[in-house]
Design a protein around this ligand. Structure first.
Ligand code: PLP
Length: 410
């Protein structure tokens, strides 16, 4: 009965099935005896969902109309858009980015921001460039908008960003396509936890500027986990100043992780360019997409963000709270990585973020099954397993790498 464009589409629910098995194991054996490392949200060391007090208090104190009325604009309320600009480009963005133009489109989560960007910058049948190790939904989002994807190797033999393969794949797409759209999920790459060094970013941008002399280059920087990295934000922001006009950068912002409001569904696209036409066009087409897809987003979420970010005191409280959880993640990672080094368990280079990924050379199903027999639940990727450091308490981290190593050996 379905239309031709939708034939054969169905969600692969492997991960949901594993999460289900983990829940059942918890019912039978008790929470303390099960390691559920499948979840992608932040839990504290009592394995309770983290919610930030500043966020909860601000939300509870919103005016009723701030929550229940429609948002005033399709592309997002103006204070929300201002807050997003300050978060991404810095409080002094107006002075720091003189000569640049920006526009913000409010979207339902980072997911909406990715979707709009792929929809409006890929020509039908074109491929978005992704790393081989990636957050899976990018692939189906490309498919959903009538496009597809190509991939590059994420790391070289030395464990650094594989700039050579990245460049090769961009050059290949330059020959085949009118537009080259690239997603870079940084900092805190999901699933590895890799964060690019500033020099690596510099090389990527220099190369993309060269390519932009030939074709349109659209760089989508997915910053969903930006507040869980200790990266120097000034150095990072400086990278994006004065780029050539044919290289459009769109930052994909999400409130889900940084404000622990996954269910409020709020995010944004922020486009930055020195060319006003590029930005005007960005606003027009993405606003159109919003109206045609979800209309506008949660008004309460927008009010929440602007009331925190545009209030120095609240923002400071939020940062202090959030940094405690960031440090909690570092602590978990430190233990896991130290133990992995001691027993020579290979782990992809991790810098910060929610996840750690381990390459698996043998039958991955068998490894996952073995781990599950010991009540350890992980997410199998293609030839890797992902461990959600974000969701397991520190006491369960001790000894985990050893159990993984054993399951690989058998
Ligand atoms: N990007 C990455 C890499 C993610 O892992 C996620 C969520 O898990 C998102 C974007 C989007 O999240 P949301 O749509 O909840 O903002």
């Amino acid at each position: 009965m379905i239309g031709k464009g939708s034939v054969g589409k169905s969600l692969d629910d492997k991960v949901f099935a594993i999460t289900d098995r983990a829940k059942k194991a918890i019912e039978i054996y008790g929470k303390e005896n099960v390691i559920n490392a499948t979840i992608g949200v932040l839990y504290d060391d009592n394995e309770k969902l983290v919610s930030l007090d500043t966020v909860v208090d601000t939300y509870r104190n919103l005016e009723v109309t701030d929550i229940f009325s429609y948002a005033s604009e399709i592309d997002g309320d103006s204070l929300y858009k201002e807050a997003v600009r300050q978060i991404v480009l810095g409080k002094n963005y107006k002075d720091d980015f003189i000569g640049h133009f920006t526009e913000v489109i409010a979207t339902p989560g980072g997911t909406g921001a990715i979707r709009n960007s792929l929809k409006n910058y890929l020509n039908p049948g074109e491929k978005v460039l992704l790393p081989k190790l990636m957050w899976g939904p990018y692939k189906i989002m490309a498919e959903e908008v009538g496009a597809s994807f190509d991939t590059y190797e994420m790391f070289d033999e030395t464990g650094k960003f594989n700039i050579k393969d990245f460049k090769n794949k961009v050059v290949k797409l330059l020959k085949e396509q009118e537009n080259v759209v690239i997603i870079i999920n940084d900092p805190c790459h999901n699933p590895t936890g890799y964060t690019l060094e500033i020099n690596e970013w510099k090389e990527i941008l220099k190369f993309l500027e060269e390519c932009s002399e030939e074709k349109n280059i659209i760089l989508l920087n997915d910053i969903a986990y930006m507040d869980f990295s200790k990266r120097n934000l000034n150095e990072y922001r400086n990278l994006f100043k004065n780029l050539l006009e044919n290289l459009l950068v769109i930052f994909l912002f999400s409130m889900s992780k940084s404000y622990t409001c996954y269910g409020l569904r709020a995010g944004a696209q922020l486009a930055l360019s020195k060319n006003k036409n590029v930005i005007d066009e960005f606003l027009d087409v993405n606003k159109f997409s919003c109206r045609a897809t979800w209309s506008n987003i949660s008004r309460g979420a927008m009010a929440l963000l602007s009331q925190i970010v545009l209030d120095d005191k609240k923002l400071e409280n939020l940062s202090l709270e959030r940094n405690r959880y960031r440090d909690m993640l570092y602590k978990r990672a430190e233990i896991f990585l130290k133990e992995s080094r001691e027993i020579e368990l290979k782990v992809f280079p991790y810098r910060d973020g929610f996840f750690i990924t381990i390459p698996i050379k043998q039958d991955i199903e068998a490894v996952v099954k073995k781990l599950e027999s010991e009540n350890i639940f992980v997410v199998p990727l293609k030839n890797e397993i992902r461990i959600g450091l974000c969701s397991i308490s520190i006491d369960k981290i001790y000894g985990l790498s050893k159990k993984i190593k054993q399951s690989i050996k058998e």
